[in-house]
Design a protein around this ligand. Sequence first.
Ligand code: ATP
Ligand code: MG
Length: 301
Amino acid sequence: DSVKQSAVLLHTDIPELELYASGKVRDIYKVDSDHLLFIASDRISAFDYVLASGIPEKGRVLTQISLFWFDFLKNIVDNHLVTADVNKFPAELKAHEAQLHGRSMLVQHAQMIQVECVVRGYLSGSGWKEYKKDGAVCGIELPKGLQESDKLPEPIFTPATKAQTGHDENISFDRMVQVTGGDLSEKLREVSIKIYKAAADYALTKGIIIADTKFEFGMTPKGLVLADEVLTPDSSRFWPVDKYKPGMTQESFDKQYVRDYLEDIKWNKQPPAPGLPEEVQAKTSEKYVEAYRRLTGHDLP
Ligand code: ATP
Ligand code: MG
């Protein structure tokens, strides 16, 4: 049991560096004025809470999937990655290799654009909710008679503001223009849709529907870059294509065992968040590893 526990990284500890931010899954440290260190832990969240147990391999899978997409998309958009090779990190980090290996990235510190660039190819989550109410998502009118999880005629750009706590708020494109400016908003919409399409078309050939996803961009001295994590199961809805059935909520590729378990135990979705039985952890881990394998065509390094 203690062996299994130590295989999961729930908290990082790099005393030499200043903690820059700690999200539900990632811990981010300041390396110097231009660089950040992103570490994906094995934490997992469900219904907006971090659960008491982690998922073996999850942090490595998230980081390796982001790396795969940065490379896949590099001819369309620049990104914030400097290196994911721990040997090329600043020397003082060498001592922390065990916490870093495979799950971390040194990135360019960017001036983040304060709008989340969401692209939806299918009608789900808050998009489905808005559609049911107004027949539109973020002010974009959609055809009548669509069902939950239906594929949209074309992917749509549905920006959202970053909330400090709780859920992000969907905003109209006009509202985004007020926050970000017209030229930049148009550029972000164009790039976001382009990279979503390229990625979703590719993923479909590997048996994964990327129903929707959230991109974050930032400004660096070299210009606009794709930042944060990219097209991971945490920033996107991944659906197994063989189980796709419009007209209902879809099974999640990665979190389905977790959701089923939490429904089973009738957790009231208030803290403290429960832990997961070993079997649920193991089966979920296998799904993350499988997502990596399917997308990239090779085993997790
Ligand atoms: P959640 O766990 O819900 O995602 P969060 O967004 O606060 O919460 P993280 O995603 O771990 O937590 O935090 C990443 C933070 O780092 C975000 O605020 C993101 O905008 C920011 N970020 C991503 N890439 C860069 C970058 N290159 N430079 C500066 N900040 C960045
Ligand atoms: Mg985030």
